[in-house]
Write a protein that binds this ligand. Structure first.
Ligand SMILES: [Zn+2]
Ligand SMILES: [Zn+2]
Length: 503
């Protein structure tokens, strides 16, 4: 499908009252988030500070500053600074672990991190052996009358570095951000034609570039079970200054696939009925690291073509630990599974993923990057905020991957109101008014689903920026109201998350 011709713009007009409420919602959410988010200024205090002076007699020499790394450290982050740069003092840095060289960045990077699967470009990722590490300082230049003071802040196991490849949000304005949460590269089974036309493992950069070309705000590259793709993602994040690269991983078991977002440490994925782990154990490890999990393509068949593609856990699995489910995988809508879980009380946020395996090659196939696009309302463009938006259910899915379509829902009773993803209290017989905002779908139809079943008459959208209203009369107990936009062929164009009633 072709992209919409309009460029997405957060200033697209929609009802002022709805817009103000969305902003208020985000402001209140942001207060909660502040407690858990680690902005640069709020990075943990250094585990160690190494300081000293460099004098002119050290010009053009190298020296080590040793420090102890305790057992249990999986990531080291260094911030290096020194005085008298303006007088042309130049100190180059590098680092050695107890076994030898782990990288050097000269004078071009004063901040670096080394983790199990990723490291700042110039540094070598891998395990962090405890013992004596050494910061290498190479005195490239210092004038005869200068004494330069250096300071290296060392942090162990920084949660921000563990979950993100950028220290700061790429966009600080609250709005809908559009992305693709499921794709594969050379680091698992992604492939594309090489210079000779032979299909080979496809470089990750091509996937990221293709996503940027589609105008996406974020992507999660979710190679199967590996950490190997994170090194390149960390290298690429500074280049893709407008597109957030979210650490993703498809936990690929014989009994179902699910994505982990926001973690960079290894998790043992080997679920097995005999001698293996349970899905609950794998999920617990991911949550302990601060990540979230979402079930992938739950209604895919599981057979000899793809063992484990469907969701068939061998032991009872606690779905309350999952944040989401991939309700749209490529062009396949899997809402029945989703509704069944909500009926059990599990508020799984519907997200989408292209499951692209071929970077930009295959834009004409259902799994083109950005098909579908998942739109997340977030206070800024950071991993923490996008994942918080997913957890909260402030998400709709745009199957065409447009840059401009919107599907926003507000529900209210005489006493209270709620947005998509939120809970509304409604007593028996109480009137619930729903205001929907649909942009970019003139001529399409909007359908309401109550408890997973079509309810009431669809409404035809008669403008490019439409605000149809629906009513629902409260019934005791749990219910969920969600909306779908369909075209003239009844093909789903957009899918909302629910307003949860009495959950
Ligand atoms: Zn899969
Ligand atoms: Zn996949």
């Amino acid at each position: 499908m072709q992209l919409g011709s309009k460029h997405f713009d957060s200033s697209i007009p929609y009802p002022k009252a709805l817009r103000m409420k969305l902003v208020r919602l985000l402001l209140s959410a942001s207060l909660l988030l502040l407690a858990s988010r680690l902005l640069p200024a709020q990075q943990p205090t250094p585990s160690l500070v190494l300081e000293g002076d460099v004098t002119p007699d050290q010009n053009r020499t190298h020296f080590f500053v040793p420090f102890k790394v305790p057992v249990g450290v999986h990531r080291i982050t260094v911030d290096f600074s020194y005085t008298h740069r303006e007088e042309k003092t130049t100190l180059n840095i590098g680092i050695h672990d107890p076994n030898g060289f782990r990288g050097q960045s000269g004078s071009n990077k004063d901040h670096f991190t080394i983790g199990p699967g990723d490291a700042t470009a110039s540094y070598i990722p891998g395990s962090i052996p405890p013992g004596e590490w050494k910061l290498l300082i190479s005195v490239s230049s210092i004038r005869p009358n200068i004494t330069s003071h250096y300071r290296a802040e060392i942090r162990f196991n920084s949660p921000l570095e563990d979950s993100s490849f950028t220290l700061t949000p790429l966009d600080t304005h609250a709005r809908w951000f559009r992305g693709d949460l499921h794709m594969h590269t050379a680091h698992s089974d992604g492939s594309c034609p090489n210079q000779s036309g032979v299909r080979v493992p496809c470089p990750l950069f091509l996937t990221a570039q293709a996503a940027a070309n589609r105008g996406l705000d974020f992507i999660a590259i979710s190679d199967h079970n590996s950490l190997a793709h994170y090194a390149e993602m960390r290298e690429l994040q500074p280049y893709f200054s407008k597109m957030l690269l979210i650490p993703g991983r498809e936990m690929t078991t014989f009994y179902g696939h699910f994505n982990a977002f926001g973690i960079t440490q290894y998790v043992d994925y080997r679920v097995a009925e005999k001698g293996g782990r349970t899905i609950d154990q794998v999920v617990a490890d991911i949550l302990a690291q601060g990540g979230i999990v979402s079930i992938n393509h739950p209604m895919s068949p599981t057979d000899e073509r793809c063992r484990g593609c469907g969701w068939t856990p061998p032991t009872p699995t606690d779905l309350s630990k999952f944040a989401g489910v991939e309700v749209v995988n490529a062009n396949r809508v899997m809402d029945r599974f989703w509704d069944e879980q909500i009926a059990q009380g599990h508020r799984l946020t519907a997200i989408g993923g292209s499951d692209n395996h071929s970077s930009p090659y295959g834009d004409d196939i259902p799994t083109a990057i950005g098909h579908p696009t998942t739109a997340v309302m977030a206070q800024d463009l950071s991993v923490a905020s996008i994942l918080a938006g997913i957890r909260a259910g402030h998400v709709f899915i745009d199957l065409a991957g447009s840059r401009n379509r919107l599907l926003e829902i507000e529900a209210h009773t005489s006493k209270t109101s709620a947005h998509m993803g939120d809970t509304l209290r409604a007593e028996n017989g109480e009137q619930v008014e729903l205001t929907i905002h649909v942009a970019g779908c003139n001529g399409s139809q909007l359908k309401m689903f109550v408890d997973g079943k079509a309810a009431g008459n669809p409404q035809t959208l008669s403008a490019d920026d439409a605000t149809p209203g629906f009513h629902w009369t409260g019934i005791e107990g749990r219910h969920w109201l969600r909306f779908v936009v369909v075209d003239a062929n009844d093909t789903t164009q957009m899918l909302s998350n629910p307003i949860y009633i009495n959950f």
